[in-house]
Design a binder for this molecule. Structure first.
Ligand code: XMP
Length: 422
C-alpha cells in the first residue's frame, strides 16, 4: 500500500489541481466525495486530508478526531509550497510514490486480478490505449489480445507505426483488421457530419465485435479511461465502471470507439489508467518502454480523417488530405514545435477555387491548416505559427499535393469554433 492523501471535494472548480500537485510531491492522492464519513476515511488510512471548497455545515466533525492531519480552507488553489509543507512536514510522508514503483505495483496488481483470463484491448494508436496495452502486456503477456482496426481513415503510416512501437518490445498478440473498404462504402454519399460519425461508430463496433470472436475465451475488455474521465463523469475511483453515481446522473464516459461494446458482448471492463492524469499516463508509457515520440503524440479523433475531409469522404479526397496532413506534421517537427502545440492538422475543404499554375488556369480544392494550444481541449486558442513555418507548409502542399491550389490558415479559437471542423 502506498501513502495516500485524500482530497475531499466541496465543490471547488479547480479541485482537480490539488491531487495532481500532491502527486508531484511524490505521494499518491485522489479526490473523494464530501459525503465521506470519518469512519470511511479511517478505513482508508490516509496520511492526510485536504478539504477543498466551502465546507460550511457539510463535514462530519468526527473527521477532526481521527488523528489524521487536515488541511482546509482552500478553494482549490492552494500554493504548491503550502501543499509540499503539509505533505512532508505535517503528514510526514516518505514521498516515495514514483511512476517507476507505481508501474511495478500496478503490473503485479493486474496480474493477480486477471489471473489466467484473456483480455481484449482495442488499440487506436492514441496514447491511452497504447499505455493500456503496454502495462497489460507486462502483466499478462500473450493473454492480452490487441485488435487494431485499420479504418483507412488514419494518418500516413499509422498502422506500421503502432505495430513497430509494440512488436519486438512487448509480449502480446496483435491482430490488424483491414476494414478500409468497408468504412468507405458506408461513408459513400454521406455529407452530414453527425451521420458520418454515427456510421463510423456503428461499423467500428461491428468490425471490433467480429474480430473479438477470434478470442472466445476473453472475458475482459481493456479500456483507456483516465482519471479526469472519472472525475468529469462524477464517478468515484472505487465505483464499478458503467454504473451511475449516487445522484443517478453521471455514467462513465466510454471511449467512443468501443462505447456500448462491453454491454453488447458481456465483457467485464478493465481500466488500468483510471487512477492517472494524462501527464502521468505519458510518464507511465515511457517507464514501460514505449518510444518517447509515441507517448507525446497529439490526440487524434476516433472518426479519424473523415471529420477533416469535409462533406462526402472519398478515397481520392482522403489521399489528398493525408498527403497534406503529412506535410503539416513534418514541418511542425522540423521547426521543433510539435511538443509546444496541442494539435496541428490539415483539413480538406469542400470548395474549389481558381488558381494559376505554369500560366494555366486551375480550378482545384483548398486545404486549411489548424493549430491550437489548450490545456483541456474544452477551450483552445489558435496558435500564431511562425511565418516561415506557414510559408513552407503552404508551398509544399501546393507543390506536392495534386489537386490543391490554395492553403488557408484557421484563426478561430474554441469556443465558438470547435477544434475539429466537423
Ligand atoms: P472538438 O472538435 O470537440 O475536439 O473541439 C476536442 C478534442 O476531441 C477530439 N475529438 C474526438 N476524439 N472521438 C475522439 O476520440 C471523436 O469523435 C472526436 N471528435 C473530436 C479532437 O481532436 C480534440 O482533441
Amino acid at each position: 500500500m502506498h501513502e495516500t492523501i485524500l482530497v475531499l471535494d466541496f465543490g471547488s472548480p479547480s479541485v482537480q489541481l490539488v491531487p495532481r500537485r500532491i502527486r508531484e510531491c511524490g505521494v499518491y492522492s485522489q479526490l473523494a466525495p464530501n459525503t465521506l464519513t470519518a469512519e470511511d476515511i479511517r478505513k482508508q488510512q490516509p496520511k492526510g486530508i485536504v478539504l477543498c471548497g466551502d465546507t460550511a455545515g457539510r463535514i462530519d466533525p468526527e473527521i477532526f478526531n481521527l488523528d489524521i492531519p487536515v488541511l482546509g480552507g482552500g478553494s482549490g488553489t492552494f500554493e504548491m509550497e503550502a501543499i509540499r509543507y503539509f505533505v512532508k512536514n505535517v503528514c510526514e510522508c516518505q514521498c516515495a510514490w514514483t511512476m517507476k514503483n507505481y508501474a511495478t505495483a500496478a503490473i503485479e496488481r493486474f496480474r493477480n486480478e486477471i489471473g489466467n483470463d484473456e483480455v481484449i484491448c482495442g488499440l487506436s494508436g492514441g496514447v491511452d490505449s497504447s499505455v493500456v496495452a503496454a502495462i497489460l502486456s507486462k502483466s499478462i503477456g500473450r493473454q492480452l489480445k490487441c485488435i487494431l482496426v485499420d479504418s483507412g481513415l488514419m494518418r500516413q503510416g499509422e498502422i506500421e507505426k503502432v505495430a513497430k512501437a509494440f512488436q519486438g518490445h512487448f509480449d502480446l498478440e496483435l491482430q490488424v483488421v483491414d476494414a478500409a473498404d468497408g468504412f468507405l462504402e458506408r461513408l459513400a454519399g454521406v455529407e452530414e457530419p453527425q451521420e458520418k460519425r454515427r456510421r463510423i461508430g456503428h461499423y467500428f463496433i461491428d468490425i471490433f465485435a467480429e474480430a473479438a470472436k477470434q478470442f472466445p475465451n476473453a472475458r475482459h475488455l481493456a479500456q483507456g479511461t483516465i482519471y479526469p474521465d472519472i472525475i468529469e463523469s462524477g464517478m468515484t475511483l472505487h465505483q464499478e465502471p458503467g454504473h451511475s453515481s449516487s445522484d443517478g446522473s453521471a455514467t462513465i464516459k466510454l471511449h467512443h470507439n468501443v462505447g456500448g461494446l462491453p454491454e453488447k458482448l458481456g465483457f467485464h471492463l478493465v481500466e488500468p489508467l483510471r487512477e492517472l492524469f494524462k501527464d502521468e499516463v505519458r510518464k507511465l508509457g515511457i517507464e514501460l518502454g514505449l518510444p518517447k515520440d509515441f507517448v507525446w503524440r497529439h490526440p487524434f479523433p476516433g472518426p479519424g480523417l473523415s471529420v477533416r475531409c469535409l462533406g462526402e469522404v472519398t478515397q481520392k479526397k482522403l489521399d489528398r488530405l493525408r498527403a497534406a496532413d503529412t506535410i503539416v506534421i513534418e514541418e511542425i517537427h522540423r521547426a521543433g514545435l510539435y511538443r509546444q502545440v496541442s494539435q496541428v492538422f490539415a483539413v480538406l475543404l469542400p470548395v474549389k477555387s481558381v488558381g494559376v499554375t505554369d500560366g494555366s488556369r486551375t480550378y482545384d480544392e483548398a486545404v486549411a491548416i489548424r493549430c491550437v494550444a489548450t490545456d483541456d481541449f474544452m477551450s483552445a486558442d489558435w496558435v500564431a505559427l511562425p511565418e516561415e513555418v506557414l510559408r513552407r507548409m503552404s508551398s509544399r502542399i501546393i507543390k506536392e499535393v495534386p489537386g490543391i491550389n490554395r492553403v488557408v490558415y484557421d484563426i478561430s479559437s474554441k469556443p465558438p469554433a470547435t477544434i475539429e471542423w466537423e
